[in-house]
Write a protein that binds this ligand. Sequence first.
Ligand code: FE2
Length: 320
Amino acid sequence: MYSLLPLIPFYFIKGASKEDNNAVNIKKLENNKGMYFSFIVTGDNHSGLIFNDSSALKEVWHMNREDRFRKVPIDLVLSVGDVTLNGGRGHFETFKKLQKIIKWPFITAIGNHDDRDLFGEYCGEKEFTFVNRNSFFIVLDNEAGKLTDDQFAWFEDKLKEGKNYQHIFVAMHKPPFDPYQQEWYNMDNAPWAYRFRKMCGAYGVDMVFTGHKHMFKHEVFDGVEHIVTGGGGMLIDIPGSGGGYLHYVRVLVNNEYVTYEVRKISPPLWECFLYYSWKEAVYMVRNFYGTGYIFGRNSAILPIREKRVNDKEFWMGKTA
Ligand SMILES: [Fe+2]
């Protein structure tokens, strides 16, 4: 019960104002000087469900202590989206409470759970760039699942602009690859994803941050580091051994160097008892006769997909 207590004041505080949005927080970075700084990346806090809020709250408590050694300034918290669970106004209001207690300027991409209009109202722009010290940040809107030709043209323009800075960081919601292969998300072979990865490589992007999958994953494509950081609070169904754990990422920029650390956060105790220990136990049992994803074989959708995989006519384009 003790681990539930922080939620009581949380639900009663007044949230950040709607004006505390992306544009306003970008302005706060203007006077940052020097080439040695840090920023935090998080994603998929999914405010609005008590499980998620309790975990996100614990993560924010850790985030807010990141500067306790006074070694390096922390400039901002960058979110890769899904700030709400159902995208409704109530959940945006809860998210604003979370934003209120984060010590640093909060800038976010849009996720597929966030209503587009309400995101505009509560968070501001969906596609934009900003500068912090020697680094150029590009935030893209791919919550619908891909990037259009127009978006690629805009992105390439911005990448050219980014070449004037020492580093380019890109943030968007959905990863351009499959961070956990034994699961539904199927993006690795999508044309937009390939094009995106190649373009990032061609322009020397340092890091691409995404979320959507509630897990941590690190991959490198064409010399570009891709970090999936979707462990910002949402209940996690992927096994811990595959990256399914609550966490956020802290990035350190020191002149031309960029390094990062993953901050794994243990769930609040009541969630360990009610959910997380059971999740891992189910995976342990499952691993006696199979591996992978908890919702694998039992799902109704898989037989359909398997039929298609084996259906040569479908793949030859003879059936719809
Ligand atoms: Fe999500």
